[in-house]
Design a protein around this ligand. Structure first.
Ligand code: OGA
Ligand code: NI
Length: 319
C-alpha cells in the first residue's frame, strides 16, 4: 500500500474545496442550465448538481444500506469476493489486484445495474433490504443521467438526443466504495489519480467524510461534500464524443486516519457495440476527429488491461 515517495499524495499542496461548479437543475431556466453545464464540462470536467430530482430518501437509504453491507462480518462478505473484472457482481479490493504493483486502501462492491431484472437477482441478499433500496436508487439515478446527457448534448450545440443516440442502449454500473480508516493516509490512496472510462459518472459522497480530489489547472483540489448534491463527471467516452472539447478529468480519493469513508459511483456506459465517434457538427470546423473511432467494448478491454494510474487511456486512441 505504500507508494514510492514521488507518487504520494503530498497533502500540503492540495487546495481546499475550490469551486467545483454547483448547478441548480431546478431553476427552471433551461438555457441558463445548458450554459452552466457547457462551461463546467469545458473548463472543469466536474460539477455538482442540486435539485436533481433524485429523492433524498433514495440517496440516504443507499448510503445506509451500503454502510450496513460493509459492516457485515468478513466471512459473509468474502462469499462475494472476486478479482475478475469481467464478473457482473463482485466484492473486490484496491483496483485491479492482479495488475497493480501497489495496492489501494479501498474495498468495493461492483454491480451491473441495467437491465435491473437481469442483474438485481444476483446482488447481495444481505442486508435483506439491499436489492430493493439499490434498485430504486439505480432507477432514479438513471433518469438523472439521461437528463444530464440531454443537457450536455444541447450544450455542445447538438440536438438533445444526439449523445444518447451514439451511446445506444446504455449499461449502468455501480461501484460502492468503502475506504477504511488508514493509519498513514499520507503514504497511500483510496483510489490513485484516474479518469473514468465510461460516459458519465454520478457520485454520491459520504457527507461526513471528504476524500475526493480533482485535478484543476495542474493542481489537486479537494471537493467538499455538499449536502443534497451529486458530483458529476465527464468520462472518457464523452471526451471522445465531444471531440476533446469536454474533458474526462483526473481525480482521486484520499483516505484518512480516523474515519471510514463511503461513496457510491454510478456509471453510465455506452452499449458494447456503440461506435464512439464525434457527430459531424463537431468536426466540421476543419479540425478533424481527435480520436480514431472505436467501440466501447474495445475501449473497456484496453482500460482493464492496464494499471489505473498510467497515462490517459484515451491517449492510446489518438488519431
Ligand atoms: C470512482 C471514483 C471517487 C470517490 O469510483 O471511479 O472516482 O470519491 N470514486 O470515491
Ligand atoms: Ni473515478
Amino acid at each position: 500500500y505504500v507508494r514510492p515517495e514521488s507518487e504520494r499524495p503530498n497533502l500540503s499542496e492540495v487546495a481546499d474545496c475550490v469551486n467545483v461548479p454547483i448547478i441548480d437543475l431546478g431553476s427552471g431556466d433551461r438555457s441558463l442550465i445548458v450554459q452552466q453545464i457547457g462551461d463546467a464540462c469545458e473548463n472543469c470536467g466536474f460539477f455538482q448538481v442540486i435539485n436533481h430530482g433524485v429523492s433524498n430518501e433514495a440517496a440516504e437509504q443507499m448510503l445506509v444500506v451500503a454502510k450496513e453491507f460493509f459492516h457485515l462480518p468478513v466471512e459473509e462478505k468474502m462469499k462475494l469476493y472476486s478479482d475478475d473484472p469481467s464478473k457482473t457482481m463482485r466484492l473486490s479490493t484496491s483496483f485491479n489486484v492482479k495488475k497493480e504493483k501497489v495496492h489501494n486502501w479501498r474495498d468495493y462492491l461492483r454491480l451491473h445495474c441495467h437491465p435491473l431484472e437481469k442483474y438485481a437477482p444476483e446482488w447481495p441478499s444481505n442486508p435483506s433490504s439491499f436489492k430493493e433500496i439499490v434498485s430504486n436508487y439505480c432507477t432514479e439515478v438513471r433518469k438523472l443521467g439521461f437528463r444530464l446527457q440531454e443537457l450536455i448534448s444541447e450544450s455542445l450545440g447538438l440536438d438533445k438526443e444526439c449523445i444518447m443516440r451514439v451511446l445506444g442502449e446504455q449499461g449502468q454500473h455501480m461501484a460502492v466504495n468503502y475506504y477504511p480508516p488508514c493509519p498513514q493516509p499520507e503514504l497511500t490512496y483510496g483510489l490513485p489519480g484516474h479518469t473514468d472510462p465510461n460516459a458519465l459518472t454520478i457520485l454520491l459522497q459520504d457527507l461526513q467524510v471528504a476524500g475526493l480530489q480533482v485535478l484543476k489547472d495542474d493542481k489537486w483540489v479537494a471537493v467538499k461534500p455538499h449536502p443534497d448534491a451529486f458530483v458529476i463527471n465527464i468520462g472518457d467516452q464523452l471526451q471522445a464524443l465531444s471531440n476533446g472539447r469536454y474533458k474526462s478529468v483526473w481525480h482521486r480519493a484520499l483516505v484518512n486516519a480516523d474515519k471510514a469513508r463511503l461513496s457510491v459511483a454510478s456509471f453510465l456506459c455506452p452499449c458494447d457495440d456503440a461506435l464512439i465517434s464525434p457527430p459531424k457538427a463537431l468536426t466540421d470546423d476543419g479540425t478533424g476527429a481527435v480520436y480514431r473511432n472505436f467501440t466501447y467494448a474495445e475501449y473497456y478491454k484496453k482500460f482493464w488491461s492496464r494499471n489505473l494510474d498510467q497515462e490517459h487511456c484515451l491517449a492510446l486512441f489518438k488519431n
